[in-house]
Write a protein that binds this ligand. Structure first.
Ligand SMILES: [Zn+2]
Length: 115
């Protein structure tokens, strides 16, 4: 959603892109397409994962590692559909599926050539 300020156009916080540093397991919200963003902690370039990226707990190394695989395969969470591919509620109705569920969805997605 776009909110119009006096003279500037800004995105409401929930639609700002999630810029991620996988080595540090950190996320910052910035407008999509912002000029090269570097991680304030390690100074490595951050990746714009899209506004539908869900940031795992910093301690959830397994999920971060899975998401890094997706990022390296070029996957971004720019539409709700992208998010649903991996995070949609499962048959148990859990809002956040387990890492195993996400991993199985990733495997299925990768076996179809990432489509
Ligand atoms: Zn970093």
């Amino acid at each position: 959603m776009i909110r119009r300020g006096k003279d500037l156009l800004t995105l409401t916080p929930e639609y700002r892109s999630r810029w991620v540093c996988f080595p540090c397991r950190k996320m910052f919200r910035k407008d999509p397409g912002a000029a090269a963003v570097v991680c304030p902690q390690c100074r490595r370039p951050m990746i714009d994962m899209g506004c539908y990226f869900e940031t795992p707990a910093q301690s959830d190394r397994k999920m971060w590692s899975l998401l890094q695989r997706l990022a390296e395969a070029g996957y971004r969470f720019r539409t709700e559909e992208n998010r649903a591919t991996f995070y949609a509620p499962d048959a148990t109705g859990a809002r956040t599926p387990s890492a195993r569920t996400v991993m199985l969805r990733m495997r299925a997605w990768l076996s179809k050539g990432g489509k």
